[in-house]
Design a protein around this ligand. Structure first.
Ligand code: PHE
Length: 347
């Protein structure tokens, strides 16, 4: 008899537990379901104990357990319904502002940005500041001021994108136009680095594109010499390619510098890749440079008798392709996420 009493007490206890069970989110609802309605729920254990109940109370016992089950089902169903069709008021009441948010996926920088930022940081350390200028330029800043004669092939429609119905407005063909922008608005000493996009009417292939990026450098002050330029470029190369990097300057021609040179970095001939990209010489051309032509200084209102300077310009795509062994320049412009997400960098 006392055994029956214990079981009825337990039913009463469970009934109270069901009533008091706090369910404010889906997780708690699921726990509730498992505890009272799942395949191994608490009530099932009770049914098994019917053999311990006195015969005259078996019926009462069965009804009490069934009522318990009904109570659990009802609580489950009404709570579940209130979750899915609850008014905004109850919904927002359930919103737990203290929960940590889902982490947002972190993007990666474009390889061009990574290389460009590295170059900028290197020159910033020796006092260069960034100058950014327009990509739509006029003929004067892109060509005339830069001492580029009327009949220079770069001016040709075949190389330059002119804006519609214009022979004046164009997409800059090099970042050297920033030299003219800066020299006409600032007084020496000038020490700038100008990163940006440039455009040339080239057939798109694995090796060349109609848009690419350059970083321009300009240093104008009193008594700036070719040796200053060489030392600056050597410093840059060592920071970029390692302390034992070697450079060589080959005489060259640019309308806006005199004398002009092209700078090669020693890449070595260690493997087939190195052999191929250096065409068997071990040397890789990285940039064009030279002493600012006195004509350019005077075109921009700077007295060439008092000041001298050096300038250089380098392509970014080639350096990015070398560093990351990318063999098709078009990949840099397609914005394929599968390609881009491989680049992780603090720069
Ligand atoms: N503007 C030149 C080019 O696009 C590079 C250059 C810049 C050369 C400055 C000399 C000085 O090829």
């Amino acid at each position: 008899m006392s055994m029956s009493k214990d079981i009825f007490d337990r039913i009463e206890q469970i009934s109270q537990n069901i009533a008091a069970y706090e369910i404010v989110n889906a997780e708690q609802l699921e726990k509730f379901r498992i505890q009272f309605l799942g395949s191994k729920n608490e009530l099932k254990g009770l049914f098994g104990e019917i053999k311990n109940v006195a015969n005259d109370r078996k019926k009462e016992f069965g009804q009490a357990v069934n009522a318990l089950k009904g109570k659990a089902e009802e609580k489950f169903n009404t709570t579940k319904a209130s979750f899915s069709s609850g008014s905004t008021a109850t919904k927002s009441a359930r919103l737990d502002m203290s929960q940590p948010s889902r982490p947002a996926p972190i993007g990666t920088k474009h390889p061009i940005t990574i290389v460009m930022n590295r170059i900028i940081r290197i020159f910033e350390r020796i006092g260069f500041t960034v100058a950014e200028e327009r990509e739509i330029e006029d003929d004067w800043h892109n060509f005339t001021a830069m001492n580029t004669p009327e009949n220079h092939p770069a001016r040709d429609m075949q190389d330059t994108f002119y804006l519609m119905n214009s022979t004046e407005q164009l997409l800059r063909t090099h970042t050297s136009s920033v030299q003219a922008r800066v020299m006409t608005t600032q007084k020496p000493p000038i020490r700038i680095i100008a990163p940006g996009r440039v455009y040339r009417n080239e057939t798109i292939s694995a090796r060349s594109h109609c848009q690419f990026h350059q970083v321009e450098g300009l240093f104008v002050d009193k008594k700036v010499s070719f040796a200053d330029m060489k030392q600056t470029l050597l410093y840059f190369t060592r920071e970029m390619y390692g302390a034992d990097a070697k450079i060589r300057l080959r005489p060259s021609y640019f309308p806006f510098t005199e004398p002009s040179a092209e700078m090669d970095v020693y890449w070595g001939l260690e493997d087939e890749h190195a052999y191929r990209i250096t065409k068997g010489t071990g040397w890789l051309e990285i940039l064009g440079c030279g002493m600012v032509d006195p004509n350019v200084l005077s075109n921009c209102g700077i007295d060439p008798e008092e000041y001298s300077g050096f300038a250089f310009g380098m392509g970014i795509e080639r350096q990015a392709m070398l560093q990351y062994r990318i063999n098709d320049i078009r990949m840099l412009f397609e914005n394929d996420v599968r390609f881009l997400k491989q680049f992780n960098s603090a720069f």
